[in-house]
Ligand binder design. Structure first.
Ligand SMILES: Cc1ncc(COP(=O)(O)O)c(C=O)c1O
Length: 393
C-alpha cells in the first residue's frame, strides 16, 4: 500500500492538533467535571433571531447569496457599527460576510501577507492568527511581543522596538480587544498611541473586535477611529448574540483592500448560508441591545470568580471585557501550565485552559472562561481551593 501521508502538505502530518480542543475532549470524559474551558456564551440565541432564520428557510432563501453577503446583512452590520461605535464603512463595497471571524482571520492573513513579511502579535492572544500563518503562509515570520510584564497590553515603546529591529518587513499588527484570553481592554488613548507608531507606514492593523459588546468598565474603544485606512476590522455575531453555531463573521476594510480579501473568500467558501445571514441581519438590526442582560450576568460572574480566585491565592489582572480570567498559577504548585491543567482535572474535576496555548508569554498561567453558571463557579472554586490546599508546597 502506498504511504500517502508523506505526500500530504509538508509539515501538516507533524503539526499538533489544537491543544485546547484536545484537552476539552479529555475533560469532557470525566464525570461531573466543572468546565471553565468554553469559549462561547452559555446562553441561547434570542428568539427573534431564531425566528428570522426559520423565516428565511420558509421563504425559500435557499439560493446562493451574493459572495460578499446579502446586502440586507451588510447594511444592518454597517448601521450597527456606525451607530454603536462610530465606525463608517460602505455596505456595498467595504464589507464581507464570512464563516465566523475564524474565516475572516484566514482571509485577511492570506490576502495581505507575502513571504518575507512580518506579522507582529502581542501575546498571550487567541492563537488562530498564528496557526493560520504557520500552516499557510510559508516565509511569513511571526514576531511575538510578550505583554505579561505590561498588564497584558502592547505598549507603543515595545511596538516601536519591533519596527526599529525589523524595519520595512513588518506588514501586519494583530490586535484583539477586549482580549482573549486575558479580558484586558485598551483605552482609546492607548489605541491611538499604538496607531501613531504605525501610521502612514505600509502596515495593516488586523483588529479583532469580536468581543466589542462585552465591555464592562468603559465604552468600546477602537483603533479604527484614528487609523481607518490601515485597519482591517473584524467583528461578528458569535459572542454578543450567542450565535457561535450560526457561523457569521464580518470583515470591514477600505474598498481596494476588501476586494482582495473577498477573493480568498470567493475561492474557499463562495458564500455563507442564506438563512443564517437572515438571522445575523436580524441580530444587527433589531437586537442592538440583546447582549445587555448577558453582559450583566457575565459581570456578576466575573466579580465572583475574580474574588474567589484571588482569595485562594491566584494573581490575576481584573478583566474588563470578554468572559475570561487569566490567572497566574500560585507559587508552590506545579508551574508547567499544561501539567497543571491535567492534574487539576484529574484530581479536582475542574477543567481550565493552559496559558501557553495562547503563546509562550502565557506560560505559568491558566485561563478560566466564566461562560458557566454561578452554581458551577461556586462549586469550581470550592474544588480548586481544596486542590490548592492539598498540593501547595
Ligand atoms: C478573539 C477571537 N476571535 C475570533 C474567534 C472566532 O470567532 P467565530 O466563532 O466567529 O469564528 C474567537 C473565538 O473564540 C475569539 O476568541
Amino acid at each position: 500500500m502506498v504511504d500517502l501521508i508523506k505526500y500530504t502538505r509538508k509539515g501538516l502530518a507533524d503539526a499538533p492538533s489544537n491543544p485546547i480542543l484536545k484537552f476539552s475532549d479529555y475533560a469532557s470524559k470525566i464525570p461531573d467535571v466543572v468546565k471553565f474551558t468554553l469559549g462561547e456564551p452559555d446562553f441561547n440565541t434570542p428568539d427573534h433571531i431564531k425566528e428570522a432564520a426559520k423565516k428565511g428557510i420558509d421563504n425559500n432563501h435557499s439560493h446562493y447569496a451574493p459572495s460578499n453577503g446579502t446586502i440586507g446583512l451588510r447594511k444592518a452590520a454597517t448601521d450597527f457599527l456606525a451607530q454603536k461605535y462610530g465606525q463608517k464603512y460602505d455596505a456595498e463595497t467595504e464589507v464581507l460576510v464570512t464563516n465566523g471571524v475564524s474565516e475572516s482571520i484566514f482571509d485577511a492573513v492570506v490576502a495581505c501577507l507575502n513571504p518575507g513579511d512580518i506579522m507582529v502579535v502581542p501575546t498571550p492572544i487567541f492563537p488562530l492568527y498564528m496557526s493560520d500563518v504557520n500552516l499557510l503562509n510559508e516565509g511569513v515570520k511571526i514576531v511575538r511581543v510578550d505583554t505579561s510584564e505590561d498588564g497584558f497590553k502592547l505598549t507603543p515603546a515595545k511596538l516601536q522596538k519591533v519596527l526599529d529591529q525589523y524595519g520595512e518587513k513588518v506588514r501586519m499588527l494583530v490586535m484583539n480587544y477586549p482580549t482573549n484570553p486575558t479580558g484586558v481592554m485598551y483605552t482609546q488613548k492607548e489605541l491611538d498611541d499604538l496607531a501613531n507608531v504605525i501610521r502612514d507606514q505600509p502596515i495593516f492593523a488586523l483588529c479583532d473586535e469580536i468581543y466589542s459588546e462585552l465591555n464592562y468598565d468603559q465604552p468600546h474603544a477602537s483603533m479604527e477611529k484614528t487609523l481607518h485606512d490601515q485597519v482591517i476590522l473584524l467583528n461578528g455575531v458569535s459572542k454578543a448574540w450567542a450565535m457561535t453555531g450560526y457561523r457569521i463573521g464580518i470583515v470591514c476594510a477600505p474598498q481596494p483592500i476588501l476586494e482582495q480579501i473577498a477573493k480568498i473568500h470567493q475561492t474557499i467558501v463562495t458564500t455563507e448560508p442564506t438563512p443564517m445571514q437572515d438571522a445575523a441581519e436580524e441580530a444587527f438590526k433589531n437586537g442592538m441591545n440583546d447582549s445587555q442582560p448577558m453582559k450583566q450576568e457575565f459581570q456578576q460572574r466575573r466579580d465572583a470568580l475574580y474574588h474567589g480566585l484571588t482569595e485562594i491565592g491566584f494573581e490575576c489582572a481584573k478583566p474588563q471585557g470578554a468572559f475570561y480570567i487569566f490567572a497566574k498559577i500560585p507559587d508552590g504548585l506545579e508551574q508547567d501550565d499544561t501539567k497543571f491543567i491535567y492534574d487539576l482535572v484529574d484530581q479536582a474535576r475542574v477543567a481550565v485552559s493552559a496559558g501557553s496555548s495562547f503563546g509562550r508569554a502565557g506560560q505559568g498561567y491558566i485561563r478560566f472562561s466564566y461562560a458557566v453558571s454561578m452554581d458551577e463557579i461556586n462549586e469550581g472554586l470550592k474544588r480548586i481551593a481544596k486542590f490548592v490546599k492539598e498540593n501547595q508546597q
